[in-house]
Design a protein around this ligand. Structure first.
Ligand SMILES: Cc1cc2nc3c(=O)[nH]c(=O)nc-3n(C[C@H](O)[C@H](O)[C@H](O)COP(=O)(O)OP(=O)(O)OC[C@H]3O[C@@H](n4cnc5c(N)ncnc54)[C@H](O)[C@@H]3O)c2cc1C
Ligand code: SF4
Length: 510
């Protein structure tokens, strides 16, 4: 064998760089399902099914394309349990002259594969992942010499370089950013009838995976009775079309809104398909821009959406690959609490958290504001160790892969990088959630109260957070107003907040 082409569970693209020059007469593809990928964090059942079902369908596509394949199933006798051990065993058996692959998304996996190649004395050809608009080298170039990094600068550069929503050298609509038009809450009548999401009834292959995961990872979090994610390229393309036609017109407007019992709203639900490489971000951006050109969607919605894909998604990848491995260890606020156990079950009286956790466990999905301003916000103000927060986010969502999850969690949500990703910690009282949803109406707590029996834990912890970090935050001009309010608190008020926050952390209030 000339090349053994290694494909990982999040590299399911027949046109990936690893396949360039593939010769079926001399080369073969290697894919392996290994338990370690579901256990190095306590991976939820929906997430594990997402990966395994997509991998098995991709194996079918490889065979149909006539590419010789060495595929190890999770339940196969002799499965070695980890990527390293499996690859090592397969190299001994297949004796390839060299290994080839598209650059892995995770730092941990890159180290593992480089280690196996070295131990076996084999050349390893790692090719740039052209799935992304921006290479790691280009991002490093962008970051070079800048005192601070801001997504907005990067995003504008990307718009210009890739000629997306541009008119000559200016942005379409003479504005880079339509945030003002976007991000509304629903009025009291609620979202009304939300278009049904693109749901895909599991076929025989996916049902087999569901049964396997139920049996093998029985004690893992999450449920599988409503698993309906796209697991093939064809399904992913259909999900994209459905999003463009049904949801994109209201995407921007309700990007930040929440409504009880409505997990899907006007979001794309395309992150897992994108991260597993069933979809290419260019085709996603092109489809959105084409809908605007056809007059079907307002510019504000399309810009809001393009910003997420061409901006945020590329930006966090650049941060990850230019900052790892030290990035994963950061804990700028010295947060040392354990993650409350109810994050894994949803058993809390806090209505907003209960709703976000219930849909997370049922579908492996929550939208950005639920992740940032409900589950993330609570963990930040509670003071959970960033590594534990990271392990939770990496475990529970079907779209969770470390290069995108880690900067979002450690940086944007937990401020553990001390301001590299976000210019200030995203902290807020329960009133933010009250503004963006009707959750507080059905909650035993009151977002306006910071102490007392009915005090909203978010509101208590917000004041507690400011008190705890008063000195550190005083130097941040974007926090000036919030810090000024905290300075006004007298000793008695401070004590009452401290007591109530202690009760929350002891689990007496949850
Ligand atoms: C704490 C935390 C953890 C997160 N973990 C992940 C993760 O593991 N995997 C993941 O893909 N996203 C993650 N995100 C980003 C974002 O929440 C999800 O991409 C989004 O909710 C996925 O749902 P959607 O496809 O309906 O997205 P939409 O809201 O419809 O957005 C469209 C697309 O834009 C991209 N996107 C949007 N926001 C971001 C962002 N902040 N960073 C990168 N891409 C973005 C996604 O590809 C998404 O599919 C995280 C955010 C936070 C705050
Ligand atoms: S009162 Fe507080 S805990 Fe309850 S729903 Fe509102 S923000 Fe959440």
């Amino acid at each position: 064998m000339r090349h053994l082409v290694l494909v990982l569970g999040d590299q399911l693209d027949l046109a990936a760089a690893g396949f360039d020059g593939f010769d079926p007469a001399r080369d073969a593809v290697w894919l392996a399902e290994v338990a370690e990928e579901a256990t190095h964090v306590w991976s939820s059942k929906p997430r594990t099914v997402m990966f395994l079902a997509a991998m098995r369908h991709f194996a079918q596509a490889l065979r149909a394309a006539g590419r010789p394949l060495h595929y190890t199933r999770l339940d196969e006798p002799g499965n070695q349990g980890s990527l390293q051990a499996q690859l090592h065993a397969d190299i001994e058996r297949l004796r390839p002259a060299s290994l080839v692959m598209t650059a892995p998304g995770d730092w941990r996996v890159l180290q593992a594969i480089q280690g196996v190649a070295k131990a076996n004395g084999l050349p390893l050809d790692i090719r740039e992942d052209r799935h992304f608009f921006c290479s790691v080298g280009e991002f490093a170039e962008h970051a070079r010499g800048r005192k601070s990094l801001r997504m907005e600068h990067f995003y504008r550069e990307m718009r210009k370089r890739h000629r997306v929503l541009m008119q000559g050298n200016s942005p379409q609509g003479a504005q880079w950013n339509f945030d003002e038009d976007n991000r509304h809450a629903f009025d009291a009548a609620g979202p009304g009838v939300v278009p049904p999401r693109a749901a895909f009834e599991p076929d025989a292959l996916t049902r087999e995976v569901i049964a396997l995961v139920e049996q093998r990872f029985a004690d893992h979090p999450g449920r599988l009775d409503s698993f309906a994610w796209p697991v093939t390229r064809e399904q992913a393309l259909e999900a994209l079309q459905r999003f463009i036609a049904d949801r994109l017109p209201l995407f921007g407007r309700y990007q930040d809104a929440m409504w009880p019992g409505e997990p899907w709203l006007y979001h794309a639900h395309l992150s897992a398909a994108l991260n597993l490489k069933l979809l290419n971000p260019r085709e996603v951006v092109d489809a959105a821009v084409a809908a605007w050109r056809a007059g079907a969607v307002r510019l504000a919605s399309v810009e809001g959406f393009v910003r997420q894909i061409l901006g945020w998604r590329e930006y966090v990848r650049g941060i990850y690959w230019t900052r790892m491995p030290d990035y994963a260890e950061l804990n700028a606020l010295d947060a040392q609490e354990n993650l409350p156990a109810w994050y894994w079950t949803g058993a809390t009286d806090m209505a907003c958290l209960r709703d976000a956790l219930a849909q997370t466990l049922e579908h492996g999905y929550a939208h950005h504001i639920q992740r940032l301003m409900v589950t993330g916000l609570f963990a930040l103000m509670y003071g959970v160790q960033p590594r534990q927060v990271h392990a939770w986010y990496l475990a529970v969502y079907v779209d969770a892969v470390e290069w995108v999850e880690l900067p979002n969690t450690l940086g944007m949500s937990q401020y553990a990088d001390g301001g590299l990703m976000a210019s200030k910690p995203y902290v807020a009282t329960g009133r933010y959630i009250q503004r963006m949803s009707p959750h507080c109406l059905g909650c035993r707590y009151d977002p306006a109260q910071r102490v007392g029996e009915r005090a909203c834990p978010f509101t208590t912890l917000y004041w507690d957070f400011l008190l705890k970090h008063e000195a550190a935050l005083a130097g941040n001009p974007r926090m000036a107003l919030q810090v000024r309010n905290v300075i006004r608190l007298d000793g008695k008020q401070r004590h009452a907040i401290h007591e109530r926050a202690g009760a929350i952390r002891r689990g007496e209030v949850n």
